[in-house]
Design a protein around this ligand. Sequence first.
Ligand SMILES: C[S@@+](CC[C@H](N)C(=O)[O-])C[C@H]1O[C@@H](n2cnc3c(N)ncnc32)[C@H](O)[C@@H]1O
Length: 277
Amino acid sequence: MMKPYQQLPIEFSILKQREFEQIRQFLYEEAGIFLSDIKKSLVASRLCKRLKETGYQNYGDYFEFVKNNLQHIEYHHFIDALTTNETFFFRENEHFDFVKQLIKDHSQKKSWQAWSAACSSGEEAYSLAMLFADILGIDGQWQVQGSDISQRVLAKAELAHYLLERNEGIGFERLQKYCLKGVGRQSGTFLIDDILKDKVSFFTMNLTQSCESVGMCDVIFIRNVMIYFDADSKQRVINNVVKQLKVGGYLFISHTESLMHVNHRLKQIKPSIYQRI
Ligand SMILES: C[S@@+](CC[C@H](N)C(=O)[O-])C[C@H]1O[C@@H](n2cnc3c(N)ncnc32)[C@H](O)[C@@H]1O
């Protein structure tokens, strides 16, 4: 018996090895992110959602479109789909303790510029802002910038609306000072209050390209992003980022990352804290 021909659901389309390699190379060139072979199924499942959204029937055609339409919104969806955005408030708290002490030790300093490079959905940038506000006051001369390659996470950062379960680490006092608790339909969520939000600005930035528009910073957090880079990308990114660090300023990487085999003119102060000299 013969049945009418039906197209297979997209779930059954296969990411061919050649396509995976082309996608891997493209992502590496665009964002410095290196995908090892074991990431093939992850790439397939993440891009499968894009295929469903866009109506493409196979990975090859979809990728061909993205590659040839860098100004199209789908290019951003593609990058979004292939980046990992895990983050939380006051992650690796020792870094915040260090910054707190730094601000206290230099309380006469005229102004502070802090940058959360690869800020994901904003938790890191807002944690920094809370710290500055705690010590210098909300109207103090400080400013926090947050940037990321992914527009999707930046939209979340701008919204500043989080699930209550994400507030761990902020502490009750700061929640009272800088956040609004959702009620009614918004219960189970909280919002960063505008008084704090207004001191934080977010923008798209690919760290493999020039970061000059950030200006010169006293404190730079570049944490949990270099794990996705190979040695060459890391070097490129560190060159770009360190250019924006003032002499005497501090750069923070994650405790799980290292600058080994990266050329830089930074002095290591602690395992994951560096100072520009
Ligand atoms: C795991 S999150 C880290 C968030 C935060 N820094 C933290 O430590 O919690 C990594 C972020 O790096 C961003 N990213 C990846 N490659 C990037 C690049 N080339 N330029 C800028 N951001 C990038 C991703 O979009 C993602 O949001």
